[in-house]
Design a protein. Structure first.
Lengths: 195, 539, 366
């Protein structure tokens, strides 16, 4: 049985980086073994999920403006199925953290993450969210949001170009396409905390 | 009468420092008296408090007050300090300038200086349970761990009152009654333009009180600057107000150049001025998009971004960056202009002039837009000055405050442009100021674009720049008001204190006055028409 | 008047034949029961399919207005499978239960909302003989059924225990109830014009010309008023105050996730369709082809086009009109919305009613 490879339209598998990460994830999932019927159903659901990534924005600074460009006519993210941005955490699929997370903001980001409905993902956009970026030495900046919430995709840049956003979101789509909806790596928290 | 004589007459023990800016050092005891005299001076009232810069001078804690007169545009700085580091007290000037309320809060938050008589002595940027005052030189940066508990905001503010016998007593002012219907707008909210949080008291749909809570994007840039060399500090200004990236960095470069005595070539001045104006158009287009989006119109949003994208492309060719360009350097600019630059800028201006009617057709003339903006959120001229609401907001209220006109820098004294001033002071005037400024900016660029002289785009500077001891300041007209840099150097290769005047903080402060009695939907529209950028407020 | 082709396309004989065939093998009650179940399934399926079509249409239409392309990558050319992907996603999302909320009402609200919209939906005259609910007070039933949606919104807002949803719900309560008045009065005027309150009757009455043309200028003004009030009823821009994304994040359904949110989302689009559907029924003749009194040849040619095509054509035209409005205008403020209704729209619609009665009494209509 060959390695399952996620397909992104008009992009070759080899054109993506970090494929080893996906392959190890597939291997881990295959070791657990899946029923054929369930896995076909999984594929269908994953097709739906990966093509309908509704973002929930936590825009704090510069990267948020670049994200607005992404929504505007020139880069038009509606083409890829990222059209809808919901402003309520209950209705988003992916928490896009755009901009520096400070110590004062950190508990709120955690709360927003908790409020998202499963299955949920986190994309850390920009240097600040990945490591603190230029503000790494500041007394009031969280050096990487992965200290607080699990991050699925990192999009580096200061701010990233719109193309980099797309690359990051496509990596997320690839990841979604491989996951198992029925049992598997979906639920990251044992039980979500309600507000 | 000379300003020095005036102050000396009031307080004989005054000292003047003239290394860089003119600073009058005034003992704390007679500070309020001097401030009041300057504020209500008959010939030349210093009615605009530009900024309060909290300072830690080692033995003493204190503050620098930068004043300006709105009639003669004369400037002066006052300095006052206290030697008591345990319980530092300074007189508040919040009764003279409204903006002092929030600026003194900032100094309290960072330095722990208690301003006696300020009605609102809460922390502003840091959590209310934060320990210590981070901008003090003896602050231990490790003393506050990441606190993941939810912050509880007090509903009362504290005012310190100095009794006649020298003891200190406190009085509490209530912000929200327990029965008030208070909703949180932000920090995660689509219309706060970043991580601003407003606690809004509502009476039905009517806003009864707005209490802004800042600091959700406080990155401590000013503190970080104290451990960076001068060329390194440049990197952070672009991230302050990312829609005025060029202008902010221009201000800092000018300040350092002025202090270190570096002369910039004419070509660099041309490039800087053109870039500043391109940035202004870029920012105002985004303002249009955001204002319309916040009022529920989706299509006009795309119009603004369509043209903005052209500017970004022009900038990217030359600077290599779309939003954050890091283009200005000490002594000039990072790189020479792209060969296509002039052609593309001219094409853009032609295109923009041809298409701006679309903006007005879909939004300005729309009956819904005019009824929602006209007469809404009026800020009077007196309030605008008292709050220090510079930029388009102030000019919409009839306060001619354009730094480009009154304290020209770059090439603004050589070009012909009109200062857009409206007198209505409502949201519509604030909107129109920006739309007209786009046209003025294009006029400025047109005058310069064909005359860029040949020459060096950057003069060579030493890798390590030392600035002689003293206080230096420059200000520029950024896209949303007066952006100023206040630098105190003690002769090192790193600044002793580098403070930026936030263009947005006074605007956020003014929201409470402007929005009371308006509808909740207006709050959003007023906020958008004020056009603030949050990272610039929190720094 | 030659209505031969209208009769030819009528599906009345087929339905009667099915009914008789069923009755011949089972008792009539069981036959009716089975028919009801089948029809119910058909309605729900049609409802879902139409929602998908409408959402796709909205995305493409707004993309066209906004100088962009819109969905074009998911599932072949033009992103046709985009919305089904969204639906699959929403179906598999977690439904969050709230701790400090009124759980019964919280869970009930989306169903109330969707029920109201399905009830009104089933009254639409699709085709000659293909109307599911048809009674002599049909149009009044629609008004009554669609008002149930307000209850759903109010409950959703109240039971979520969230200040944003509360504001959204109160806004929409105030707005919907006000605009229902204009809507009702305009419907009354059209009942006067067509002399019946039954939906099929209203359509039949337009066999010699659509109401829009029969009622002179009055009917055209009434059409405009209906569209405004109907737009407000459907909670769409510039009247989307209940959702008001930029003010209330997501309005009354801020706290809903997964399928429950999907219901609200669906109902929003179907309410748009229903508004447009009744606009075409009341003013543009429903499934009735374009007939001009006196031109029999022309009328006969028009009759060749089946009624269902006419109905969808007209309805989607009105939908497109409403989308155009939504993507052009900015949102009104709550006080402006109410002032507009009570000071301008209501008196106008009352005037329309009076004028319509006068026209009818003096036989001035066509």
């Amino acid at each position: 049985m060959g390695m399952k490879q996620p397909k992104i339209r008009s992009m070759k598998y080899e054109e993506f980086k970090n494929n080893d990460y996906l392959e190890s994830m597939v291997k881990e999932l295959q070791d657990n073994g899946v029923n054929v019927v369930v896995s076909k159903l999984d594929d269908l659901i994953n097709w739906g999920r990966s093509n309908s990534v509704w973002s929930f924005l936590l825009g704090t600074s510069c990267c948020a403006i670049e994200f607005m460009t992404l929504g505007a006519a020139r880069y038009d993210m509606a083409r890829f199925g990222f059209e809808v941005t919901r402003n309520s955490p209950r209705q988003g699929d992916v928490l896009l953290v755009l901009g520096t997370i400070t110590n004062k903001m950190a508990p709120l980001m955690k709360r927003l993450y908790d409020q998202l409905a499963e299955p949920k993902y986190v994309v850390a956009v920009g240097g600040c969210t990945i490591s603190g970026g230029p503000f790494k030495k500041s007394y009031h900046v969280v050096n990487g949001i992965d200290k607080i919430v699990p991050v699925d995709v990192y999009v580096p840049g200061c701010p990233p170009r719109p193309e980099a956003f797309y690359y990051g979101l496509m990596q997320l789509q690839r990841k979604m396409k491989l996951e198992h909806f029925f049992g598997g790596v979906n639920r990251k928290q044992p039980k979500p905390i309600d507000e | 009468m000379d300003i020095k004589d005036k102050i000396s007459k009031l307080v004989p023990e005054v000292e003047f420092k003239e290394q860089g800016d003119l600073i009058a050092v005034i003992p704390a005891a007679s500070f309020h008296q001097v401030a009041e005299a300057l504020r209500y001076d008959k010939e030349d009232a210093f009615d605009y408090l530009r900024d309060i810069v909290g300072m830690d001078w080692g033995e003493t804690l204190g503050a620098l007050y930068y004043l300006e007169s709105t009639t003669t545009h004369a400037r002066i700085a006052l300095r006052t300090e206290t030697a008591d580091r345990e319980n530092p007290l300074l007189p508040s000037v919040s009764d003279l300038w409204k903006t002092a309320i929030i600026k003194e809060r900032e100094a309290f938050d960072f330095f722990g200086i208690k301003f006696v008589g300020n009605p609102d002595m809460r922390r502003i940027f840091l959590r209310e349970d934060w320990v210590g005052y981070p901008f003090r030189k003896d602050y231990d940066e490790k003393s506050n761990d990441l606190n993941m508990t939810n912050e509880v905001n007090a509903d009362v503010t504290t005012e310190y009152i100095l009794n006649a016998d020298g003891t200190l007593s406190t009085e509490e002012h209530v912000v929200f009654q327990p029965e008030d219907f208070v909703i949180n707008v932000g920090p995660q909210h689509p219309s706060t333009h970043g991580a601003l949080r407003m606690r809004v008291g509502l009476d039905g749909e009517t806003v009864s009180r707005v209490d802004p809570v800042c600091g959700y994007i406080h990155r401590g840039i000013e503190k970080m600057n104290e451990s960076l060399t001068y060329p390194q500090t440049l990197a952070l200004t672009d991230r302050l107000d990312y829609l005025s990236a060029h202008q902010s960095r221009h201000a800092l470069c000018m300040c350092i150049e002025q202090a270190a005595g570096i002369e910039v070539s004419e070509r660099a001045k041309y490039i800087r001025t053109i870039m500043d104006e391109l940035q202004r158009i870029d920012s105002h287009l985004l303002f249009y998009s955001c204002l319309v989006l916040d009022m529920g119109g989706f299509t006009p949003f795309f119009y603004g971004f369509r043209e903005r994208e052209m500017i970004l492309q022009i900038m990217e060719e030359t600077t290599g960056g779309r939003l954050i360009q890091n283009y200005n350097m000490i002594g000039g600019v990072q790189a020479d202009l792209h060969p296509d630059f002039q052609k593309k800028v001219k094409e853009f201006i032609k295109h923009m002039r041809g298409i701006v009617h679309e903006y007005h057709e879909i939004f300005t003339g729309n009956v819904i837009a005019t009824t929602r903006l006209k007469g809404v959120g009026v800020l009077s001229r007196e309030d605008a000055i008292s709050f220090g609401a510079t930029g388009g907001t102030g000019r919409a209220s009839g306060w001619a405050n354009d730094v480009r006109k009154h304290h020209p820098y770059g090439l603004y004294d050589k070009v012909d442009f009109k200062e857009i001033v409206y007198t209505e002071g409502d949201s519509f005037a604030r909107y129109m100021v920006r739309m007209d400024e786009i046209m003025e900016s294009m006029k400025i660029i047109e005058q310069l674009i064909d005359n860029i002289p040949e020459g060096e785009y950057r003069v060579k500077t030493k890798p390590i720049i030392r600035i002689p001891e003293g206080n230096y300041s420059t200000s520029v007209e950024s896209s949303r008001g007066e952006f100023a840099v206040f630098l105190e150097s003690h002769g090192d290769k790193m600044p002793y204190r580098l403070h930026y005047r936030s263009t947005g903080l006074p605007l956020v402060h003014a929201l409470d006055t402007v929005c009371r009695g308006q509808k909740f939907a207006d709050l959003i529209a007023i906020g958008a028409s004020m056009d603030f950028v949050i990272p610039d407020i929190d720094r | 008047m030659n209505t031969s082709f209208l009769d030819y396309y009528s599906i009345q004989p087929i339905t009667s034949w099915i009914h008789e065939a069923l009755c011949s093998v089972m008792p009539e009650a069981l036959a009716i029961f089975i028919e009801c179940v089948v029809i119910g399934v058909v309605i729900v399926a049609l409802y879902a399919v139409l929602a998908i079509v409408l959402i796709y249409m909205e995305r493409k239409v707004c993309a066209a207005f906004q100088c962009r392309i819109g969905p074009n990558r998911v599932g072949g050319k033009g992103g046709l499978m985009q919305v089904p992907a969204d639906v699959l996603k929403i179906l598999t999302k977690e439904i969050i239960r709230l701790k400090h909320a009124d759980n019964l009402l919280y869970a009930l609200a989306p169903y109330l909302m969707i029920m109201a919209s399905i009830l009104a939906f089933s009254c639409l005259p699709w085709h000659k003989g293909a109307q599911i609910l048809d009674m002599n007070i049909g149009i009044l039933f629609v008004l009554a059924a669609s008002s149930l949606g307000v209850v759903g919104i109010l409950l959703a807002g109240w039971s979520s225990n969230n200040k944003y949803t509360m504001i959204g719900a109160v806004r929409s309560g105030a707005m919907l109830i006000s605009y229902e008045l204009s809507l009702g009065i305009i419907v009354l005027a059209m009942i006067v014009l067509s002399e019946t309150a039954s939906i099929s009757g209203i359509v039949e009455a337009q066999a010699n010309g659509w109401n829009l043309f029969k009622g002179h200028v009055v009917a055209i003004v009434a059409f405009a008023v209906y569209l405004i009030a109907g737009n407000a009823e459907a909670n769409r821009g510039p009247f989307d105050l209940a959702e008001a994304e930029q003010e209330l994040t997501a309005g009354y359904h801020t706290e809903y996730s997964g399928l429950h949110f999907g219901f609200f989302y669906l109902a929003e689009y179907l309410n748009l369709f229903i508004t447009a559907g009744f606009a075409s029924t009341l003013f543009l003749g429903g499934w009735m082809p374009l007939h001009v009194a006196g031109l029999d040849g022309f009328n006969a040619v028009m009759d060749y086009i089946p009624g269902v095509v006419w109905f969808f054509g007209k309805t989607f035209f009105v939908v497109w009109l409403l989308m155009w409005i939504k993507w052009t205008f900015i949102r009104l403020r709550i006080d402006q919305v109410l002032v507009f209704e009570w000071k301008y729209l209501m008196p106008t619609s009352l005037l329309i009613l009076v004028l319509m009665v006068v026209l009818k009494v003096f036989g001035l209509v066509f």
